[in-house]
Design a protein around this ligand. Structure first.
Ligand code: ADP
Ligand code: MG
Length: 200
């Protein structure tokens, strides 16, 4: 990815998070504490304000810096988890990754998130989107297909019972609502897929 595109990607991600902040808040209000929209917006506006600085770094360093910034600014449970995702991605990725490199690094990054959250797939969290996206990447799905898979995976959290995060305090009552972090993850996956798709 070129510096220009990383800067454009950060701006586009901040735009999509801002445009969906109320939706994310409403999702988190239903089965959490209603701060996810604001948390994500704060984090991505912080990224936006330094987009060119991130884009000026080699990709591994840029991703690590993005992860660190997200930990510092998003807050809640999701801040350290999204932060871990990007920091771990930066640790394992090469400066100019192909799909195979990206798949391997993304797999390790997901493992880092799962370790940090003591969570696994099926517990109604962001992992329920990250994991299917990783599988889709591994089998060579197109960016457009991957974006759709992410949306379907977020939808698939609706009937799940939450076993991690605040929503788990509700037990059975968490059933019937989409997980907010799964939704924000799907929004980010679509923006990344679109930007990489344009690049390809
Ligand atoms: P908080 O729960 O502290 O209010 P947010 O509302 O910003 O933080 O984020 C909640 C989201 O974080 C959830 O919707 C879920 O996707 C994700 N999450 C919470 N705990 C975990 C965990 N242990 N493992 C993976 N994801 C988690
Ligand atoms: Mg919350």
């Amino acid at each position: 990815m070129t510096a220009l595109n990383l800067s454009r990607l950060i701006t586009a991600a901040a735009d999509t998070i801002a445009a969906h902040a109320e939706e994310l808040t409403a999702l988190d209000q239903a089965i959490g504490d209603g701060d996810h929209g604001l948390n994500m917006k704060r984090g991505f506006e912080a990224l936006r304000s330094e987009a060119d600085a991130f884009a000026g770094k080699p990709l591994p360093e840029a991703l690590k810096a993005i992860g660190t910034k997200l930990v510092m600014t998003v807050g809640g449970a999701s801040g350290p988890l999204f932060g871990t995702l990007f920091m771990a991605l930066g640790k394992d990725i090469s400066a100019a990754p192909d799909r195979v490199d990206l798949t391997a690094a993304f797999g390790k990054a997901i493992e880092a998130v799962a370790a940090r959250g003591k969570s696994q797939i099926g517990q109604k969290t962001m992992l329920d989107v990250l994991q299917p996206v990783h599988e889709a990447l591994a089998v060579g799905r197109t960016p457009a297909e991957i974006a759709d898979i992410a949306d379907l995976a977020a939808e698939a959290t609706v009937p799940m019972k939450a076993l991690r995060g605040r929503a788990s305090f509700l037990g059975e009552r968490s059933i019937g609502h989409m997980d907010a972090g799964a939704r924000s993850t799907a929004l980010l996956v679509r923006i990344v897929a679109q930007t990489i798709g344009e690049d390809a």
